[in-house]
Design a binder for this molecule. Sequence first.
Ligand code: FES
Length: 73
Amino acid sequence: MIICSCANVSDKKIHEALAGGARTLADLQQSLGVSMKCGRCKESVLGEISAFYGSGPGPQGSGIPQHLLPQGL
Ligand code: FES
């Protein structure tokens, strides 16, 4: 399924990037070009990151899974 239509990036491509070490929205923006134009896909991309790492996105939608953040944030 296409997640970012602007960059023509599928959920499979996002999963491959996450499996290859991408951890944040910024990582996926840099490697795949997602969420760089209209931004409609941002929540979906963050959802894919959260699903992959098994927790919710970090503060301010950073895409950093909670378990990777220092305590108290
Ligand atoms: S759908 Fe991803 S930037 Fe437009």
